[in-house]
Ligand binder design. Structure first.
Ligand SMILES: Nc1ncnc2c1ncn2[C@@H]1O[C@H](COP(=O)(O)OP(=O)(O)OP(=O)(O)O)[C@@H](O)[C@H]1O
Length: 262
């Protein structure tokens, strides 16, 4: 007989994907303290798509980088998928990122001297996937993102929009619990912005949890929750009542649904 699962043993359904408790970041510049994040409390549930907005310098990037361990916190707690993360060493964070976190940045950050295929496979290999599984996952993601024909290209041979799609494939290579995005469309023209937003919307519909920094209200409208930062504090946090979804791109036909768990 199968034992019923007690609530404490249930898989992470009730556990937030990421949680910050009184998170503080104070940079020191020339001996002077620069408070960037001042006591943020945040809880992101599985499947949520959270947009983070606010004026320049309000602490958006610092907050999201801390949530992924790319910046150290001054004080406070960070929990990722139920695991205490703020006390991890750099290598502990690196392991956690490989297992659970994908990143997409404004400036793609692809490895210039590696092919598109290798850029996407690398995180899966580092995360412990077998070479065969990493290759299959890469073929699958590049196919879904319309980039199969570019697998052997180097990043410099791609357009900005293509590079960002590769960056998204790389971020999803490990089927991360959490996708962190910092201005993922900030460097793209409107058409490539639409493409990347469509992809983000699709992975979200497949259940991907996303936290995304953006300056653009149209981009934020894709999310279902908007956090507004002001001077390093959460000034507003709420559901987006009637998100204005981006219109499908007539040049690209109906959007394809990406199976994240493929
Ligand atoms: N490495 C750093 N050293 C010192 N101060 C920093 C550093 N990074 C950011 N800051 C400061 O921390 C504050 C928050 O910066 P942050 O980049 O997080 O803001 P942001 O909201 O993402 O801004 P933007 O929208 O312009 O990207 C700013 O005052 C900034 O000058």
């Amino acid at each position: 007989m199968i034992e019923p699962v007690s609530p404490a043993e249930e898989p992470s359904a009730a556990v937030p994907v990421v949680r910050a408790v009184n998170l503080v970041k104070i940079y020191q510049t020339g001996g002077l303290p620069v408070p960037a994040v001042r006591g943020v409390d945040l809880r992101v549930e599985p499947g949520e798509f959270v947009a983070v907005m606010g004026p320049s310098g309000s602490g958006k990037s610092t907050l999201v980088h801390m949530l992924g361990g790319l910046d150290t916190r001054t004080s406070g707690e960070i929990w990722v998928d139920g695991e205490r993360a703020d006390t991890l060493t750099e290598s502990g964070w690196a392991i956690l990122r490989r297992r659970k976190i994908g990143f997409v940045f404004q400036f793609f950050n692809l490895v210039a001297n590696m092919t598109v295929a290798d850029n996407v496979e690398l995180p899966a290999l580092l995360g412990g996937s077998s070479p065969r599984h990493a290759r299959e996952r890469r073929e699958y993601l590049l196919g879904e993102l319309g980039l199969s024909g570019k697998a052997d290209a180097s990043p410099a041979q791609l357009s900005g929009g293509e590079q960002q799609r590769v960056a998204l494939a790389r971020a999803l290579a490990n089927q991360p619990r959490l996708l962190l995005a910092d201005e993922p469309t900030g460097n793209l023209d409107s058409r490539n912005t639409r493409d990347v937003l469509r992809l983000l919307g699709e992975v979200h519909r497949q259940g991907q949890t996303i936290v995304m920094v953006t300056h653009d209200a149209r981009v934020a409208a894709l999310a279902d929750r908007l956090i507004t930062l002001l001077d390093g504090e959460i000034a507003d946090d709420g559901a987006i009542a009637s998100p204005r979804r981006p219109k499908p791109d007539p040049d690209h036909g109906p959007g394809k649904v990406i199976e994240l768990r493929g």
